[in-house]
Design a protein around this ligand. Structure first.
Ligand code: ADP
Length: 493
């Protein structure tokens, strides 16, 4: 039985459509919340892969004209999720490049009508939120990232016009780097009054910002780790929103993401060479040698094998790792990298692999199976991120006993326990952290990791600590539930 009804609004949801962590959260949180009395129905755009995956779709509403064409709202289920899907071919029936990315057209640039496409998501979300359509009346509307931000602006306008009882609203920012900023000339077309284009509205340095709409109009703002929630209130981390977020600090909090423990389970993972657990760690070595062999690395059990699974972008700090590579190889380490992103960095790693055969391997692309194999086979996973709202890769690494070597930022700071002297003396520690995010500090962290690697008993203990870390959705789901309930209790008064 559920006693709180939530309408989620998201532009991606795993397993139907995914470009990043947002999809994982939208796809995993509902099941974790259902266990503790919160029912989530998620509104998503009807991209081809979403419509194809929908079971038992029933139309619940028809819009004669939704931003330039007719649209239906379909109710259905997919992969255990309760969904409302906007079937609007003029907005969503298209295949971009790469096909799994809903934001980018065949020319590799954002679709020119993205403002309209995601205003439509917000407008339908707001109409559902106030019970005008679809026959649902949620207690809470929970919008994710800039693509859903306008839902809260439309709800705000609706509340001003009608003064009716409104649902409580929550906005989660998964990464403030993605803002959805557009020309203010779109204001009228998107159905927003001129008065909304103001400092306490959607205006952001002369642009109409979808992200700002979410941050301004939500009753509660969350982001995906406590440390990121603090960082974004500073000029260095706020991406221009720090002043607003300082002003709204009382309603801003950080709730970590979890990972799906059934997808990421080294004891049952069919994609890896040998299954293992915290108590059967000896078997893990077969994964290392299989990975080394598969990637053309020298099969050497004694070499510290560092893994990277990442978007290859400035955010992820991989330029620092590339610069540090010669010294790292001088220490006898190996590197296995999987990822894609900025061309110059991709080329840099590919050149390093060509220059150091047997010691550096570079797989450019997206490969779920190889991601699992690196988690199971690498000794450590490196994440020198300049900022990291939460980070999922280190959570998987903890679960697979690949010690995370991470920058002490955002969610990385909140999920990895640095194996410093105090932690080692106390028997804790699950990885290595460094700060500030510079090449020198990364070098020092890798050197420290090498020192730990040279003490096999210590390394084992750290691996066990890592694998026993709770990276599930249980605690995050309890925190979201507490947030929803507190918001509803406040509004009942
Ligand atoms: P972000 O969302 O900023 O890209 P996260 O660490 O939050 O970073 O989530 C990234 C997720 O995508 C992780 O689960 C990671 O394993 C996965 N991933 C990233 N790059 C690849 C890749 N090239 N192939 C397979 N999985 C990848």
């Amino acid at each position: 039985m559920t006693d709180v009804a939530v309408l989620g609004i998201a532009s991606e949801i795993f397993p139907l459509i995914k470009t990043g962590g947002l999809a994982d959260v939208a796809g995993a949180l509902p099941a974790a919340l259902a266990k503790i009395g919160v029912g989530v129905t998620t509104l998503v755009p009807g991209y081809p892969s979403v419509l194809a995956g929908l079971d038992g779709a029933e139309p619940v509403h028809h819009f004669p004209d939704l931003f330039g064409g007719p649209a239906r709202v379909l109710s259905g289920r997919a992969a255990g999720l309760d969904l409302l899907v906007i079937d609007a071919p003029h907005l969503y029936a298209r295949v971009g490049n790469p096909p799994g990315n809903p934001y980018v057209g065949p020319d590799g640039r954002d679709w020119p009508d993205n403002a309209r496409r995601f205003a439509a998501l917000g407008a339908v979300g707001a109409a559902l939120g106030v019970g005008e359509v679809g026959g649902i009346a949620p207690d809470i509307v929970h919008a994710h990232d800039w693509q859903a931000g306008l839902a809260l602006a439309y709800l705000h306008q609706h509340g001003r016009r009608h003064g009716t009882m409104m649902p409580g609203t929550v906005f989660t920012a998964h990464n403030l780097a993605f803002q959805g900023n557009y020309s203010p000339s779109l204001l009228a077309e998107l159905g927003l009054p001129g008065s909304a284009f103001a400092i306490d509205g959607v205006e952001f340095y002369g642009y109409l910002s979808f992200l700002k709409a979410g941050l301004v109009y939500a009753d509660r703002i969350t982001t995906v780790s406590p440390t990121y929630a603090a960082e974004i209130r500073t000029p260095d981390g706020g991406m221009g929103f720090d002043g607003l977020l300082r002003a709204r600090a009382a309603v801003l909090s950080g709730i970590l993401n979890g990972i799906d423990e059934t997808v990421w389970d080294p004891a049952t993972d069919a994609q890896i060479e040998a299954r293992y657990s915290a108590t059967r760690l000896g078997r893990r070595s077969a994964n290392k040698s299989a990975l080394q062999a598969k990637l053309g690395l020298t099969v050497a059990p004694e070499a510290l094998l560092l893994g990277v699974i990442s978007r290859i972008t400035w955010q992820k700090g991989l330029d620092l790792l590339l610069a540090e590579l010669p010294r790292l190889l001088g220490l006898g380490a190996q590197l296995a990298l999987l990822g894609s992103g900025e061309r110059a960095l991709e080329d840099g790693f590919a050149a390093a692999a060509a220059a150091h055969p047997g010691r550096v391997a570079c797989a450019i692309g997206y490969d779920e199976a190889l991601a699992h194999q690196i988690q199971a086979g690498a000794d450590a996973v490196v994440m020198p991120s300049r900022f990291e709202p939460c980070g999922l890769t280190q959570l998987c690494a903890l679960r697979y006993g690949a010690l995370p070597v991470v920058a002490r930022v955002g969610g990385l700071a909140d999920t990895v326990i640095d194996a410093n002297e105090a932690a080692l003396a106390a028997g804790t520690g699950s990885g290595v952290q460094f700060a500030p995010v510079t090449q020198e500090m990364l070098a020092a962290a890798i050197q420290r990791t090498m020192g730990l690697w040279d003490e096999p008993a210590t390394w084992r203990r750290l691996q066990r600590n890592a694998m026993r870390t709770d990276v599930s959705w249980r605690r995050p789901a309890a925190r979201y539930t507490a947030l929803y309930r507190a918001l509803l209790a406040e509004r009942a008064h």
